[in-house]
Design a binder for this molecule. Sequence first.
Ligand code: ZN
Length: 245
Amino acid sequence: MRYLIFSDIHSNVEAFERFLAQKKAKNVDKILFLGDLVGYGPDPDAVITLFRELPHLRAVRGNHDKVIADLESSALFNPAAAFSAEWSKLKISPANLQYLKKLAKGPQVIDRFVTICHGSTFDEDYYVFSQFEATESFRFMNTSIGFFGHTHFPIIYYLRNDKLDVVPLTENARIKLDRNTRYLINPGSIGQPRDKNPSSSYIVFDSGKMEISFNRFSYEVARTQKKIRDAGLPELLASRLEAGV
Ligand code: ZN
């Protein structure tokens, strides 16, 4: 079984279209999305429309999806996130807003191998930034492999013989997984990478070969930045894209 795993599109239609055109992103059996279709970027409605066409899809909602779908208030967001959330609500068609509202809450168990979540396995909004948080997340996971998003930072945490360790995900990495080890894996972000690399990233997991491949691709950042500025969204949301932060 081949799984395509990606996260955090954040209304960036240029990056999302490039992702859909990637050769490695095709010929998969399951597509798994880890949340935050919208928020920050200039094209929320176009992103949802494209996303809805994906086959074999399982998805969880992200914190921005929840706020923009009016399931939660934007009061806890930072000013740029809150501004873009309120702006996005006005740009999404009623049918796409309904779709956003119905996105599943994580975690979701996909099959006997795989769980997906946005933040952590115990709280969809909780950031897994360190080994401490990863340890907590392993405790609440019943499968051997979990995929999470939210931090926009590609990384693999693994737990072998009660010992936790980390593998960084470098460009074009292929990593063999061990059947006696548990993994929590973040594919990075499609629409707003934050590991100081502006290229989008995603993962393909082959459960037959027990192998992860980590892939990056570039897109027309300047075009997305221009749309952000033309829409009057906060400048920070444009400038951070080229820095990858
Ligand atoms: Zn996000």
